[in-house]
Design a protein. Structure first.
Lengths: 212, 212
């Protein structure tokens, strides 16, 4: 419980709001609030409104379900990208991570979660129906599954695989293996096992690993 | 530089605002913003307005300069507290820290900083004149200096000491010594030296260290 002696209820209210954010304790929250208090009114207004505007005006791309400022996101509306390859990810952070590699030129499909009976998330809660529609359209050649290698991720992968099996689409999954720069002796057995099973042609490693 | 691929300018703007807070990197900022985005509109409005209201409506106690919701803060307006003892601190966090000990029943005076030629903070930038006025009023019996034991803290202590010397007021400073629970061999020499010089009567340690 909070037994701190706040000199002001306004200060306490703002500190409590920050302390409600993940990974922010009450001490850090107070530090952040006091920092904001020292800023100019205009800066505090900018901070405050940036959050409110994000919540009010943010949209989701009607095609890939990624966060977007427009009806169709930048990636889906980019004619230079390969629309015949769709990478399936759990959330928008994964899209950002893959985009940051600059290695992928296809488009995305954000599921909005993964199947998790423990959290009460079933296939019906995810954007799977719209993925099937896209594939049924016949223009998609490859689906790249890029979900976490957890029980939930594997379950979701398998569910999607079963749903899309009947269409003429290649279903791939991102490579799992020893990280670049890692020493073999520190890799876990499952990862190392997958690395050996899914070994690739040595020549393919010349091109900086650029698969696309 | 930021080379991340944000799917939305609104998201990027909000993330940048959070990343501007002390100790918050861009990854953490994004995590916090995505957390807020998942909350209800009402919660986001509450978060956003708590900061704005704090900045707009916060006041400083006209007597002790502590943050306050009212003209005179709760501590200064508390008739049960001993108004003849004033504890001089650097900022409002120090007031909270001392209040949290539940050991002090006097009132405070917040300087709003310490003398630091490096940061360009001179005595004129601090609430020292109003402290002298209070002491000149003749009702104050003791001034407890509770500043950091840094060069700046010592300079400020000495400056205040010189200013108040001419009045009939006892000027004390908080005890410096080995922390409760610390082993002697790990204490630094200066601290241990002060602990020995400023040794107290053993009987005084019975009462849980309660000086007031």
């Amino acid at each position: 419980m909070n037994t701190d002696h706040y000199p002001s209820r306004l200060l306490e209210a703002a500190t409590s709001e920050f302390a409600g954010l993940p990974g922010i304790g009450r001490k850090t929250a107070l530090r952040l609030v006091l920092h904001l208090l020292k800023q100019d009114m205009a800066d505090v207004e900018k901070f405050s409104s940036s959050i409110l505007r994000l919540k009010k005006d943010i949209r989701h791309c009607s095609s890939c379900h990624n966060i977007s400022d427009t009806e169709i996101c930048n990636i889906c509306s980019d004619t230079k990208r390969d629309h015949s390859i769709i990478c399936v990810v759990e959330n928008i952070k994964d899209v950002m991570s893959i985009e940051n590699t600059n290695q992928y030129t296809g488009i995305y499909h954000v599921l909005g979660g993964i199947i998790s009976p423990m959290d009460g998330t079933g296939p019906g809660d995810l954007n799977i129906a719209s993925l099937e529609e896209k594939v049924a359209g016949g223009k998609v050649q490859e689906i790249v599954l890029a979900l976490s290698t957890t029980m939930e991720g594997d379950t979701t992968n398998f569910y999607i695989y079963r749903k899309l099996q009947k269409y003429s689409v290649t279903i791939t999954t991102i490579a799992r293996g020893v990280s670049v720069g890692d020493e073999l002796e520190y890799a876990d057995e499952v990862t190392l096992g997958r690395s050996i099973t899914n070994r690739t042609l040595f020549e393919a490693s010349f091109n900086n690993g650029k698969a696309y």
